[in-house]
Design a protein around this ligand. Structure first.
Ligand code: NAP
Length: 335
């Protein structure tokens, strides 16, 4: 295939960033069409990048001038556009979440299987971070023996006071939910959520921090600290402890300094800077795989697993007890 002609549905914050990175940084793809409920926003992006403006996302997806689709609209619109793309037989990259309910994710999985071809990739960009990839190589290569435990932390400096309890799972922990099962090549069995003493810096609708615990089918125990008003920076940590060693996620490198009788190094303050390279690699590999007629990244089944696991965590937190992660066997189609 010549250059991949990409249509982007959703030109809000991350949609615009993806359009820019495809245009200015990546190779093999061109944004030829854009659409958004906010027509003025889409119009501005269309004018800046010379793309065709579509008032309707469905019409963009159906257009013969569009080879593949990126869905970066708000969460509740994901399902409709992904289904449109699957029905049209077009490759689609959907920012996480795949859909807002597990039932909707399941519908996508079933529609894709009925079509007989994998088309959907979900935007779990952590799998493309250099540090996590190095950890996975070490784990897969047996460097630490069989994994036994995984310790993670997902910390933001501060969050909007209206941020809600469920977002701790569906917007934050969802990344670890996808990442860790990929990292240690395992499936989830059960979850529980602990609520430590809450910080005084939290909003009224949010218990912060929370600790999610997951047990895998092979018996690995995973803990994820989710703390979104930690005050000190955007701090993502991960350690896999195995039978004969442990590997840690490297911190991004910032210039170490000595000043005012202090030896220090800055911390990252936002997710965009922390994972900018991961987004670049993710979309470059998506373009390359799509041109080659493959889906190599997190697929619709991974999106479904994330939704089912997140639902179980929310139920576990509400009930104050452990909950099973009820999933059928991964179909051969997604292996
Ligand atoms: P955003 O700035 O609010 O942009 C979302 C855009 O979607 C807005 O322009 C909105 O228009 C538009 N929209 C709403 N309903 C639509 C519809 N039915 N059809 C087409 N467009 C519609 O949000 P964002 O931060 O860019 O996030 C977009 C998506 O990316 C979300 O699903 C988010 O979860 C995901 N995301 C993923 C990551 C990651 O780490 N992988 C990071 C950030 C965001 P209005 O403003 O008029 O409503």
């Amino acid at each position: 295939m010549e250059e991949l002609r990409i249509g982007v549905v959703g030109t809000g914050a991350i949609g615009r960033k993806h359009v820019r990175r495809i245009t200015e940084r990546l190779k093999g793809g061109k944004v030829v069409a854009v659409s958004d409920a906010n027509l003025a926003g889409a119009q501005a992006v269309a004018a800046e990048y010379g793309a065709e403006l579509f008032e309707d996302g469905g019409a963009l997806i159906a257009s013969p001038g569009v080879d593949a689709v990126i869905v970066t609209a708000w969460d509740p619109a994901h399902k409709e556009y992904v289904m449109d793309a699957v029905r049209a037989g077009k490759y689609v990259f959907c920012e996480k979440p795949l859909a807002t309910t597990a039932a909707d994710c399941r519908e996508i999985v079933e529609a894709e299987q009925a079509g007989g071809k994998r088309l959907v990739q979900v935007g779990f960009m952590r799998r493309y971070d250099e540090g996590y990839r190095r950890m996975k190589e070490a784990v897969d290569g047996g460097f630490i023996g069989a994994p036994l435990m995984v310790h993670c932390a997902h910390r933001n400096a501060s969050m909007d006071p209206e941020y809600e309890d469920d977002y701790m799972i569906t917007q934050c922990c969802i990344h670890e939910i996808d990442l860790v099962k990929w990292l240690i090549d395992d499936e989830y069995e059960s979850v529980r959520v602990l609520l430590p003493r809450s910080t005084k810096f939290t909003g009224r609708r949010l218990h912060d921090p929370q600790i999610a615990q997951i047990r895998t089918k092979k018996g690995v125990c995973i803990d994820v600290e989710i703390f979104v008003n930690c005050q000190f920076g955007y701090d993502i940590q991960c350690q896999v402890v195995g039978e004969c060693g442990a590997v840690n996620l490297p911190d991004p490198s910032y210039l170490p300094y000595r000043k005012g009788a202090v030896r220090g190094a800055a911390l990252c303050t936002n997710w965009e800077d922390r994972f900018v390279e991961a987004y670049n690699v993710e979309l470059q590999e998506w373009i390359d795989a799509t041109r080659a007629g493959r889906v190599d990244g997190p697929n619709a089944w991974d999106g479904y697993v994330a939704a089912v696991t997140a639902d179980a965590m929310i139920r576990a937190r509400e009930a104050g007890e452990g909950m099973p992660v009820d999933l059928p066997e991964r179909p051969a189609f997604y292996r």
